[in-house]
Ligand binder design. Structure first.
Ligand SMILES: Cc1cc2nc3c(=O)[nH]c(=O)nc-3n(C[C@H](O)[C@H](O)[C@H](O)COP(=O)(O)O)c2cc1C
Ligand code: SF4
Ligand code: SF4
Length: 259
């Protein structure tokens, strides 16, 4: 019996939403879902050639987040089917989809499809605000249906379709912007410290952020029940205004499916 899995990293939830819409089009509920933001060392399922996996990752600096790429090295394909998905904040996905596809291909997956979709920017939420929207959702469903059809029809395993990007990939770079908590709004519930995927928030002083560890993923902002965590400061406001001016023109999803 074939099994269907989703593996994703989604600190602020847009990648997870894209995966859910894809699954509607693919016509299957996952047998298991692994969220790497909860644990980069989470065990992966042992895969058989008839199994299928959707791997979905947000784009950071035109690449995969380093911790995600490192975790995915442990995912052995054993000739199972993979669908690669990246989600980006309307600037560009640069080499991220190529990097993810290369990684899965070299881990012995058969690539059925690859797509780049747009989600609200997790550092500058005025850019691509509320995406994926209804139109994105329909396209994700369409992509899911196309992948399902490729799998049902039996696609050429090593005929990986053209994917945008260059090798060697662009240099990975972290964002210099890190969220902070307003101490007077923080009730010290500890939720942000527990949920931070890289342990950048001290449990005994959760209004602080260790900027040497923080990857700017925004999960602490999303999970704080008091709305105490924010990006702030002059550098952030200035960068936000420039970013919004440069990258607000709507981009549309792109995908390829194996034949
Ligand atoms: C550190 C960092 C770097 C990012 N780099 C890019 C980028 O290069 N291009 C882009 O369009 N969006 C970029 N984004 C935006 C995210 O890719 C986008 O908001 C994505 O939808 C977040 O996924 P999530 O909601 O699942 O966390 C970046 C976000 C972060 C936190
Ligand atoms: S402290 Fe940094 S790495 Fe941790 S959840 Fe917040 S933004 Fe993400
Ligand atoms: S989640 Fe919010 S309220 Fe709770 S410890 Fe973190 S900053 Fe404070």
């Amino acid at each position: 019996m074939s099994r269907f899995y989703t593996i994703y990293f989604s600190p602020t939830g847009t990648t997870r939403r894209c995966v859910a819409s894809f699954c509607r089009g693919y016509g299957a509920d996952p047998d298991a879902s692994i969220h790497l933001a909860d644990d980069f060392n989470a065990p992966f399922p042992a895969l058989a050639p008839e199994d299928a996996v959707v791997v979905a990752v947000p784009v950071y600096g035109g690449r995969l987040p380093v911790q995600v790429a490192d975790a995915l090295v442990r995912l052995h394909g054993n000739r199972a089917i993979a669908i690669a998905m990246v989600v980006y904040g309307n600037r560009d996905y640069d080499d991220a989809l190529l990097e993810l596809t290369d990684l899965l291909h070299s881990n012995h997956f058969r690539m059925a499809g690859a797509g780049a979709f747009i989600g609200q920017h997790s550092i500058f939420p005025e850019v691509a605000a509320s995406r994926p929207d209804l139109s994105d959702e329909q396209k994700l469903i369409e992509f899911g249906r196309a992948c399902k059809a490729a799998v049902s029809n039996g696609f050429e395993a090593d005929n990986v379709p053209f994917i945008k990007g260059k090798r060697p990939y662009k240099k990975a770079a972290g964002a210099p912007l890190h969220p902070k908590a307003k101490k007077s709004d923080c009730v010290a519930c500890g939720r942000c410290a527990t949920k931070c995927p890289v342990g950048a928030i001290p449990a005994d002083a959760p209004y602080l952020t260790d900027t040497t560890k923080c990857i700017s993923c925004g999960r602490c902002i999303t999970v704080c029940p008091e709305g105490a965590r924010h990006h702030s400061g002059v550098a952030y406001s200035l960068a936000g205004a420039l970013f919004k001016a440069a990258f607000s023109k709507r981009k549309e999803p792109e995908w390829v499916v194996a034949k």
